[in-house]
Design a protein around this ligand. Structure first.
Ligand SMILES: [Zn+2]
Ligand SMILES: [Zn+2]
Length: 284
């Protein structure tokens, strides 16, 4: 199995540590990674703010600004060529799936996709019944402000999230569309704060199976993401055992990602994650 860190951020990330991307690459080399995928958050669509109901700081710090995109690509390309004999660096974006903004997203990928090798598609925002977007991983307050009722019947919140992920998996984002779905189960980031159930119920499991069928048909991989293990109220990896088993049954590949936003997060949890995946594979 290739040792890949397939989800990492850079010094340009507005909510990151600002630590040097070069030092992150050097850490990956030191840890013996074969591949390192740089996947910075793409800029949010300009008119997203009109559809967003959460705190301004959330969407304003979510991704690169438009003006930073060229700097980002130059930085990544520089590191890619400079370290080519030590590690295979891939360049891409963590793309936001936002229903109603598919065309903007496709246009962005059409413009910059040629410079990328691997892009991730992630759901960090869900719509409420009025169609307004709220962030699900910015703060407990924001999640509660958007979905207070569903937090009392969490399987409904899970279903809302999984339906959005299913729509993201089905979405055609053009010839440079993402080839990987980011941190499925991000909706559980605050599970220990809200006392959310560990297990997805039957109707959620059906949605999970549909996501896996779609991922398999569209040749998408899953982000096998260790970041949740280290979040105060999550304490589990994304996407968790239940979704991993569904992925293994459907033959959907899982690619490790630390989701590092700083040097010490690079490769975090690799051995535990890799070996646990092997165990799950034997019981699928
Ligand atoms: Zn981030
Ligand atoms: Zn993400």
């Amino acid at each position: 199995m290739l040792k890949i860190d397939g989800h990492t951020h850079t010094e340009l990330c507005p909510h990151g540590s600002r630590e040097s991307t070069r030092a992150m690459v050097e850490r990956a080399i030191e840890l013996g990674f074969d591949e390192y995928w740089i996947t910075e958050h793409a800029p949010m669509p300009k008119d997203f703010v009109q559809r967003f109901a959460g705190p301004a700081d959330d969407w304003q710090t979510e991704g690169l600004s438009r003006e930073q995109v060229d700097d980002y690509l130059n930085l990544a390309e520089q590191l890619q060529s400079e370290y080519a004999d030590q590690i295979k660096i891939s360049i891409g974006f963590e793309i936001e799936y936002l229903a109603g903004f598919e065309e903007t997203t496709r246009a962005f990928l059409d413009q910059y996709g040629k410079k990328t090798q691997h892009n991730i598609l992630s759901v960090h925002y869900l719509q409420d019944d009025q169609g307004k977007f709220w962030g699900i991983d910015y703060s407990t307050d924001e999640l509660k402000a958007g979905f207070a009722n569903e937090l009392k019947t969490p399987q409904l919140l899970y279903a809302r999230y999984l339906k959005t992920v299913l729509a993201s998996a089905r979405c055609d984002l053009g010839s440079f569309g993402p080839d990987k779905l980011g941190h499925l189960s991000l909706i559980k980031k605050y599970q220990d704060y809200f006392g959310l159930p560990e297990v997805f119920d039957r109707s959620c499991q059906q949605l999970i199976d549909e996501i896996m069928t779609t991922a398999s048909q569209r040749q998408l991989s899953l982000d096998f993401n260790s970041a949740g293990l280290y979040k105060k109220y999550c304490n589990d990896f994304y996407p968790g055992s239940q979704i991993v088993l569904a992925a293994l049954k459907a033959g959907v590949p899982l690619i490790f990602g630390s989701d590092a936003h700083g040097i010490d997060q690079v490769g975090r949890g690799w051995h535990a994650m890799k070996n646990f995946l092997k165990v799950l594979d034997t019981i699928k």
